[in-house]
Every structure is written in structure tokens, then in C-alpha cells.
Ligand binder design. Structure first.
Ligand code: M6R
Length: 612
């Protein structure tokens, strides 16, 4: 949440650094700002035109007489304290105007700190918690202390999870960074060094990335040895597998459309990395001993949003393939449930970004109760990957659009592989059976490719629902989480009221909402609940609601019931969530497009949520 960049070095090309900031826009886009040190001057520019701020800043930058600088820090904001106004936009300055601070996270004790600073005569220009950092640093540097020591002393007063980057006019060759839980990477090329919240910012500029350890001040720049803090050379290098091309729009109008299109490859890369050519499990990523996994008596899956929905699909997969009871919860709830865990519980934390604070903190608490933990994440070296005992990486490449698509499919792929492996260890699946299941899962790639090609046919069928305002998504068994994901996509992209229900639950209340204006999107699998689902469709039909059915090829049973049928290929019912979610993703995106909404930057949202 909020994107931070910083760069230091001789003759920084400011436009390239700014492009780095632009690549972090998915982290927040309500306002944005930069501070630049050039020829000894500290220049600050800000814009708070929701979703257009980067464009305004880019125009400002190109209009400047200078094109290079010694230091640049930048920030793109998802507001926590204070509305998205210019005053609340980062960077924040101290009273002298010499210290520029960008901050991501929340300072929980900022009220006390701010009050004390006000009493000591500081003047605040914003309502943010972040501004206290600049004023505290002003005091800490006043006595001539070294910059890194001063930032270290300030940081130790701040309560909460955050990352901070600081530029100082009096030290134009230096850049300081520090973090607690929130992400911050360092990076470098031969002449310059960088900080960024996430690697895509500098994939095209840096040739080496490093982990910024927690709680220590990292100092970048020339001759930093005498300045306290930790220098780049001492940091642990990070292996980043993404290339700068991965984050480039490839002829698509939006990242959402591009990433939806990339789903089959994201799924294939994830699943194939977890098996040999002979369909045996590859478990070197799973650092938990197989003896311990055999002992597992309960699996808990936690995540937020789309990752939570993947976890719900995972429940059916693990219970069916490994016969282990599974609990699934949203991370923000699980943590406060006083959950019952022991050493025989396996906790799986799912997070595309590996940064969702609620998932990280919940996983940490599970570990404290003695449970073993696995992270499923898309970001190598992310916080979640470091916290957990073991990691299964999804290999979807960078996902820029705020609304997740390809990573959801990759998460289900990783969960499928985990379920098969647990089934094998538990003796529920014979070795030949588990190999067959892996083969079957990998073969879903081809069906995904075929399904993604059907977008135009789905669109044609949906034209008459474009102006409807009430959608219900229904499914049974492992298609119920798919209904939930469909409703989430509809809400976040099209801002249309959409609810999801298990189809059998409709008659226990929600059916009262159905009339001619409502649209019900029903997921009709070719599974043991097919007949029951058909009865639910009859109930909907009888209330006059419009009925859109997602059905597999060749299933003629909904023909007389549905107003529209969206077809997906036939597959084993166990893997059908992978295919059935695609028309729902396309539908939500299309509704948003028709209504003129930004597909990549839905209002009020950010891609990574690093606050509770
Ligand atoms: O990075 P995470 O997977 O932990 O993010 C969790 C949710 O914020 C996320 O899945 C969100 O619901 C989706 N981007 C919505 O499409």
C-alpha cells in the first residue's frame, strides 16, 4: 500500500526514475509526489488528481530546465490518514524544508508524537501520520549527529509496520531507508543505487537487487561508510526472476486484459515447477520434513480477498485428495479468533504480493502456537515467504492490475499440487494415482488456453445485462468460492452490487431479492450436484430474474431455463473452478469498460494492503 522509490547517484536520469515510480502506481493512486536534489537545491512537486496524478507530475518534470539530479524520492499514495489532498501528499518536509520523507504504513503512536512536536514549536502542513518523521529527524539532526544514527533514533520511537525513505538537502550524496514488516528493496547498477517498495520499479535500471533487513538503517550513495547504518555491499542479494518486459503492456489496452490472457502460462509455470517431467512431486521448495507433513491432522488456510477465495477452493482439494480436515478463514478474522492450533496443524498463508499485513501477522501467530506454516506467494523474497517455514511460489510473473486474475489461477494450481502431495504422503493416493492427478492438473493448461479464447462469445451473450445494477452469483461445492470471486470482481471493477451465495442457501433468505431487475449468474458444474443445481435454477426462473448460466460444453440441461449460457470446456469436476472463473473475470471487466471505468485502478483500492 503506497509505493516508494528513491535513487541516488551522479547524473540520475530523472525521467527513468519517475517511470520506476509509475510502475508502482498499482500500490495506490490517489495522489503522488517527488522530491529531487539537484545542484544543492531540494525541489518538491505533488499532484492529487485521483488516477491522473502521475500524468500531471510527468508534465511537470518534462517542463523543468533540469533533466538530471543527485537524489530523487517518490511516492504514490493510498490514503490512511487524511484525504487525498495536495497537503497530505508525500514527500513530507520538516520545518526547514531540507528533509524530505516518503513513508508507507501506519505510525500507530503518531498522535502523541505530533502533539509533543507541536508543543516544541514545529509547524505541521498535513494531517498525515507520516509528517512526524520529518520533524523528528529535524530534531535528531540538529545536534550534528550522523544521518543514519538520527534516522535509527527516530525509527525506534515509531510504533507500527512501515517503510521509510529519506533524502537530505545537506547530504546530497546519500539516501536512507529503513523498514519494519512493510516491503523495501534496495537495488543498484554500476553508477546508481535505489530503494523501491517492489522490484518492477527498477527492473529496467538495476542489475542487482538486495533485501533491506528489518530495523536497520540502510545508507545508499557515495562514500557512505562513515555515515553509520548499513551499506549496500553488506546486504544479501535477492534473486529476482522477472524481467522488465514482464511488466510492459503488450498491445493490450489494460493490464487486467493482458494478465487475464496470461493465465494459462501463469498456471503452467506454477504447476510444472512443482513436478518432474515424469509427474513426480518436486518438493525441494517444501522445507518441511515429509515426516512432519505425514503427521498433519488439520490444515488451516488463510488469506484475503481473491487469495482467500483460492484458499476456499483449496479446502475442497485437500479434503478430497488428502482426506485431511481443512479450515479456511480470512486472515483479518482468523488472527483474532483465538484459534486452536498445535504442532500437527499445517497453516497455509496465501498472498499474491506476500505483503498483506493481515496474512503475515496471522501466520506469525500460528507459528507462535507451534503450527508449521507454508506460504503460497508470487513474490520471491516477500515478507510472507520469509516468515513461513516453507514457500510454494506461484510463477505468474508480475501482476500489475489491482484486480487479480492470473495469480488466482496460479494459486489454485499450487494448492492442487499441495493437496496431491499431502494425499500421497498420507497414503490416500497411491503413487500412480498421484502421478495421474498431477498429469491431469498440468493438462488443464490446454483447456485454460481454449477457454481464454472464448471471450468474444461470452461478451455477445451478455450485452443485454449491461445496465443491470443487481447481480447474484450462485454455485455449489467448489464452485461456490468461484461465485464469491465472480461477485468480488464485479464489485471492485464495475461498482455494481453483487452478492454470492451457495445455491442451496438462496431459498433461506436472499431469494426475496429476486425480481425482473435482478441477474443471477449460476455456475453449473457437471458433477454430483448437477441435478440439485438445476432445481435452484428453476427457483430463480420462477421469480422472474434474468438467469445467466456458466455451463460446460455439451450440457444441454440449462437450455430451456437460462436466458444466456456461457460455455467452458468439460474437465474433471475437481479442476472446474479454474475454467469457470474465467467468464466471470471477463464479464466484470467488460461491464467496467462499458461504464467507462479504469480497469487497472479501481476506485478506493490498492494492489497491496499493508495496513490492518
Ligand atoms: O497480495 P494478496 O493476495 O495478499 O492480496 C489480498 C487481496 O487484497 C487481493 O487478493 C484482492 O482481493 C484482489 N487484488 C482483488 O482482485
Amino acid at each position: 500500500m503506497c509505493g516508494i522509490v528513491g535513487a541516488v547517484g551522479a547524473e540520475l536520469d530523472l525521467v527513468s526514475i519517475f517511470e520506476g515510480l509509475r510502475r508502482l502506481e498499482y500500490r495506490g493512486y490517489d495522489s503522488a509526489g517527488v522530491a529531487i536534489i539537484h545542484h544543492g537545491e531540494l525541489e518538491v512537486a505533488k499532484a492529487s488528481v485521483a488516477r491522473e496524478s502521475m500524468g500531471v507530475l510527468a508534465d511537470w518534470l518534462t517542463a523543468q530546465p533540469f533533466t538530471t539530479g543527485q537524489v530523487m524520492v517518490g511516492h504514490t499514495r493510498w490514503p490512511t490518514h487524511g484525504a487525498p489532498t495536495l497537503a497530505n501528499t508525500h514527500p513530507h518536509l520538516d520545518c526547514t524544508g531540507d528533509i524530505a520523507v516518503v513513508h508507507n504504513g501506519i505510525i500507530e503512536n503518531f498522535r502523541e508524537l505530533r502533539q509533543a512536536l507541536l508543543e516544541r514549536g514545529h509547524v505541521f502542513r498535513s494531517e498525515t501520520d507520516s509528517e512526524v518523521i520529518a520533524h523528528l529527524l529535524e530534531e535528531a539532526l540538529r545536534d550534528g549527529g550522523r544521518p543514519a544514527d538520527a534516522l535509527g533514533a527516530v525509527f525506534s520511537q515509531l510504533i507500527g509496520h512501515m517503510s521509510i525513505v529519506v533524502a537530505l538537502r545537506s547530504y546530497p550524496g546519500l539516501l536512507l531507508g529503513v523498514r519494519r514488516t512493510s516491503p523495501l528493496l534496495a537495488a543498484s547498477n554500476a553508477q546508481q543505487s535505489f530503494f523501491a517498495s517492489d522490484a518492477p520499479a527498477f527492473l529496467s535500471l538495476a542489475d542487482q537487487f538486495y533485501e533491506v533487513p528489518e530495523e536497520v538503517v540502510v545508507v545508499l550513495g557515495e562514500g557512505v561508510e562513515g555515515d553509520g547504518g548499513v551499506a549496500l555491499a553488506t546486504l544479501e542479494p535477492l534473486a529476482i526472476e522477472w524481467s522488465s518486459q514482464d511488466a510492459v503492456l503488450d498491445g493490450f489496452a489494460s493490464y487486467y486484459e493482458m494478465e487475464l490472457h496470461q493465465s494459462p502460462e501463469a498456471f503452467y509455470d506454477t504447476v510444472s515447477a512443482l513436478m518432474t517431467l515424469d509427474h513426480e512431486a518436486v518438493v525441494d521448495q517444501l522445507l518441511i520434513d515429509s515426516y512432519e507433513l505425514r503427521r498433519v491432522r488439520k490444515v488451516v488456510i488463510i488469506g484475503c480477498g481473491t487469495s482467500y477465495h483460492a484458499g476456499l477452493v483449496g479446502r475442497y482439494l485437500v479434503e478430497h485428495l488428502a482426506r485431511i480436515p481443512v479450515e479456511v478463514d480470512v486472515a483479518s478474522e482468523y488472527r483474532y479468533r483465538d484459534p486452536i492450533l498445535d504442532a500437527d496443524t499445517l497453516v497455509v498463508g496465501i498472498s499474491q504480493s506476500g505483503e498483506s499485513l493481515e496474512t503475515i501477522t496471522a501466520l506469525r501467530e500460528c507459528m507462535a502456537s507451534g503450527a508449521r506454516t507454508i506460504a503460497i506467494t508470487n513474490v520471491i523474497g516477500s515478507q510472507l515467504s520469509r516468515v513461513a517455514d516453507a514457500v510454494l511460489y506461484t510463477r505468474a510473473g508480475p501482476e500489475i492490475s489491482v484486480a487479480s486474475t492470473k495469480t488466482h489461477l496460479a494459486q489454485i494450481g499450487a494448492l492442487g499440487m499441495l493437496a496431491i502431495y499431502l494425499g500421497e504422503l498420507k497414503g490416500v493416493l497411491y503413487p500412480e494415482e498421484s502421478k495421474r492427478r498431477r498429469q491431469e492438473l498440468l493438462a488443464m493448461t490446454e483447456l485454460l488456453r481454449m477457454t481464454v479464447q472464448r471471450q468474444e462469445s461470452w461478451r455477445a451473450g451478455m450485452a443485454e445485462y449491461l445496465h443491470r445494477e443487481r447481480f447474484f452469483f450462485i454455485g455449489r461445492n467448489l464452485l461456490y468460492p468461484v461465485a464469491m470471486e465472480g461477485a468480488l470482481k464485479m464489485k471492485e471493477l464495475s461498482y455494481i452490487a453483487a452478492e454470492a451465495y451457495p445455491a442451496g442457501e438462496l431459498k433461506h433468505g436472499p431469494i426475496a431479492m429476486l425480481d425482473e431487475q435482478a441477474v443471477v449468474v449460476a455456475l453449473l458444474g457437471k458433477d454430483r450436484l448437477h441435478e440439485k443445481m438445476l432445481s435452484n435454477l428453476e427457483e430463480v426462473r420462477a421469480r422472474g430474474a434474468k438467469l445467466v448460466v456458466v455451463a460446460v460444453d455439451g450440457d444441454t440441461s440449462p437450455t430451456d431455463l437460462a436466458d444466456t449460457i456461457l460455455r467452458v470446456p468439460q474437465s474433471d469436476a475437481l479442476w472446474s473452478p479454474l475454467l469457470m472463473v474465467l467468464p466471470l473475470q471477463v464479464l466484470a471487466g467488460w461491464m467496467a469498460q462499458i461504464r467507462g471505468y479504469d480497469l487497472d485502478k479501481p476506485r478506493n483500492l490498492a494492489k497491496t494492503v499493508t495496513v490492518e
